[in-house]
Design a protein. Sequence first.
Length: 77
Amino acid sequence: MPLTKRFTRIGNSFGLIFDQPILKQADMNPETAEVEISVEGNAIVLRPHRYASDADARAAGRAVIKKRRRLMERLSK
């Protein structure tokens, strides 16, 4: 059964207070620095923000350089 919560007014915005069991179930905690927010249909979806690994970031950089090699060579002159 879904849990029902009410929005709390925070200045001109609104917020929700998440109970510890909910955060634990979603693999989040109060120290989770950032969350990704998306709207799917009429639902607001929160996910913990996961940064790319160093290997993934290097691979993405190599792919951009490979794809744009001629431009990179022109810019380096």
